[in-house]
Design a protein around this ligand. Structure first.
Ligand SMILES: [Zn+2]
Length: 656
């Protein structure tokens, strides 16, 4: 492991917290040290009160901040002397500890200080860094882990047995640290949890962390336990429908739609195909705080009901001996390991699922290296339960608001790179859905850079390209719940006697046949949508009121309209509803070039200006107006509606 320190970069971090912010970010950059909000850091500063009196303030990472992106505002200032005194109390329940920390903040509105704050306070050094380094976990979770840790570090670290983070751990360390610390002590290992380094200088503390973790890596190297061979034997048997079925079963068990992210890379597939998989994977997480996102163990295979039964048993066994009454979480797995599929990570959002995947990516490394050292040993499930059902976590659960309308659901939008399609993607994202944007324009691939969007370049008249795009969609999100058929073309205005065969055929190919192909390919997935499949067809005012000079367009949109009506008849038994909306004159789209606009105005004997406001309400209709209605058509408002055709045209006399 290399130090990432750079003098030039460090110089950009000014102010008393500058060095603390910089080295915290350096720790955050290395995923084998900390992942997704894990780990924490602090600095003790001497300040003056308004009355000029000196005060010692502990700035510690606040909850909700990630080390990689932390800013000065992410550190919570607490009164050091008071927090240190707390460590001497004989007993302090964790909810009360949180109250004491929050009422001894020096800045109103600061985030809640880390639950490991007291631990930072009792260490005498100015800078304290704490990570859950993979290499240290591999060594400490092997047989005779404590002995190995002492062998690696000697007196340089204080060694603490596993105790759950919170008051008990801090109080134990307050007693044990002075007993074990020597003149050359620069760190502290919490067995099965992580490692601390500390110093008077930010850079020194950071580089000690790198040095200490490197020592664990070198130890693994010397014991031939560093390089891991994943060795997948059988290729992936990925099938869209199988994945969507699994997602459906997991969502039904959770009582809410879940995103399911599949990883069948050689590493995950190889791990899932190991003969000793059950022994390795069913012991528990690499470090206990993963459990909040991953559940204690993955599901092996695809039997969700069996997993739920054993989860219930685990809950009942441990809840019976807990001090407070516990509320059971849903019993659905958050991870699946299957020899054909590899790995699948579940979450309430695409971001959550991606985090679960990251955590397990590192967990595999930790497990296999510990196994190579002589045998992977996870913490006792009792400890895992204590974290999963910690008072503080249960309280968060009670406070959590209602999730967004389409949380855990997936919307496929065709023609999503511009105009109405792009606005639809935004409308679904705003409502919490993950979005798969298909477009023949390759710009779609980089239009949104976020974990809940997948942009795929796709020619929708090519059925093979559609299959490939849906494979990618299901690998990323696990299924398709909603489909917006938006892509379409508007051929140049021509009277019937002048229409070229090619122009007619391409209107039919893109506006009708491509939609048929997409619907056919999505049908099996929509059928498996946890809340029922929904399709929205972006039709046209030309369906009820065709325009002169637009025969190819009007005829193709009318054919699409009939296709949608038949789909409503045929697919209602599969729980799929399909509704159309008929926009008119949505000028902020690529269809409406200056030429088209001029030609259409001429066809109605209007000026361009008259044509733009040519509706009963005298209102211009925007892409966003259409998109918002498209999204609502997939929501509760239209839950009992199928085969509806709704105009979005400002009111049109010919339609009325
Ligand atoms: Zn920790």
């Amino acid at each position: 492991m290399q130090s990432l320190w750079s003098d030039a970069e460090a110089a950009q971090f000014a102010g008393p917290l500058g060095p603390r912010v910089y080295t915290s970010r350096l720790l955050g950059r290395d995923k084998s040290l900390v992942l997704h909000g894990g780990g924490n850091t602090s600095v003790k500063l001497r300040e003056k009160s308004l009355f000029g009196e000196p005060e010692e303030v502990l700035y510690v990472k606040g909850s909700g901040w990630d080390l990689e992106t932390i800013e000065p505002a992410g550190f919570s200032p607490v009164t050091l002397g008071y927090v240190r005194r707390l460590a001497g109390l004989p007993r302090l329940p964790d909810p009360q500890m949180v109250n004491e920390l929050n009422t001894h903040l020096r800045r109103a509105g600061a985030p809640s200080p880390s639950v490991e704050t007291i631990l930072h306070a009792i260490l005498p050094h100015k800078y304290v860094d704490h990570t859950h380094a993979d290499a240290v976990l591999s060594v400490s979770n092997a047989p005779e882990g404590e002995k190995r840790i002492r062998e690696v570090y000697g007196e340089r670290v204080v060694v603490i047995p596993y105790i759950m983070a919170g008051f008990d751990l801090a109080a134990y360390c307050a007693r044990e640290f002075p007993r074990q610390a020597r003149g050359n002590t620069v760190g502290m290992v919490l067995l099965s949890h992580g490692i601390f380094s500390f110093a008077e200088d930010a850079r020194e503390s950071y580089e000690l962390m790198i040095e200490l973790v490197s020592m664990a890596e070198q130890y693994l190297g010397r014991k031939k336990a560093w390089h891991i061979d994943f060795g997948a034997t059988k290729p992936s048997s990925f099938s869209r429908e199988e994945v969507a079925k699994l997602r459906r079963a997991m969502s039904d068990q959770a009582g809410l739609p879940l995103i399911l992210k599949v990883n069948d890379s050689p590493k995950f597939l190889g791990f899932a195909q190991r003969r000793d998989l059950a022994k390795l994977a069913l012991q528990g997480p690499a470090t206990p705080d993963h459990v909040i996102r991953t559940k204690p163990v993955p599901m092996l295979g695809r039997d969700v009901a069996a997993y739920a039964r054993s989860y219930r048993e685990y809950f009942e066994r441990h809840a019976a001996t807990a001090q407070e009454k516990k509320t059971m979480l849903d019993a659905a797995p958050r991870m699946a390991l299957d020899p054909g599929l590899g790995f699948a990570a579940a979450g309430r959002s695409a971001r959550d699922a991606a985090i679960v995947e990251d955590l397990y990516d590192h967990t595999i490394d930790v497990i296999l290296r510990a196994e190579a050292l002589g045998g992977w040993r996870a913490l006792d499930p009792r400890h895992t339960f204590d974290i999963e059902y910690w008072d503080l976590e249960q309280a968060k659960l009670r406070k959590a608001g209602s999730p967004p309308q389409f949380a855990g659901e997936v919307a496929v939008v065709t023609g999503a790179a511009s105009g109405i399609g792009k606005a639809c993607a935004e409308a679904f994202l705003k409502r919490g859905a993950a979005v798969v944007g298909l477009d023949r324009n390759p710009a779609i691939e980089t239009l949104w850079k976020r974990p809940d969007v997948l942009g795929v370049t796709c020619n929708l008249t090519d059925s093979k390209a559609i299959q490939q795009a849906l494979d990618a969609a299901v690998r990323r999100f696990g299924g398709v719940d909603m489909l917006v058929l938006n892509a379409g073309i508007f051929p140049a205005s021509q009277s019937i006697q002048d229409i070229a065969a090619e122009s007619w055929r391409s209107a039919m190919a893109v506006n009708v046949e491509a939609n048929l192909l997409v619907m056919q390919a999505c049908h099996a997935l929509l059928k498996l949508a946890p809340r029922g499949g929904r399709i929205v067809v972006i039709g046209s005012k030309n369906v009820p009121a065709p325009g002169p000079g637009a025969a190819a367009y009007s005829a193709s949109k009318a054919a699409l309209n009939q296709l949608a009506r038949v789909a409503a008849l045929e697919w209602s038994k599969d729980g799929i509803r399909i509704n159309s909306l008929h926009p008119n004159q949505v000028f902020d789209t690529a269809l409406w070039t200056e030429e088209v606009l001029a030609a259409r105005a001429k066809a109605y004997n209007l000026t361009v200006e008259q044509y733009r406001k040519n509706n009963l309400l005298r209102q211009e209709v925007s892409s966003k107006d259409v998109a918002e209605l498209a999204a609502e058509m997939c929501g509760a408002l239209f839950a009992k509606t199928t085969a509806a055709q709704v105009p979005v045209d400002g009111g049109n006399e010919r339609v009325v």
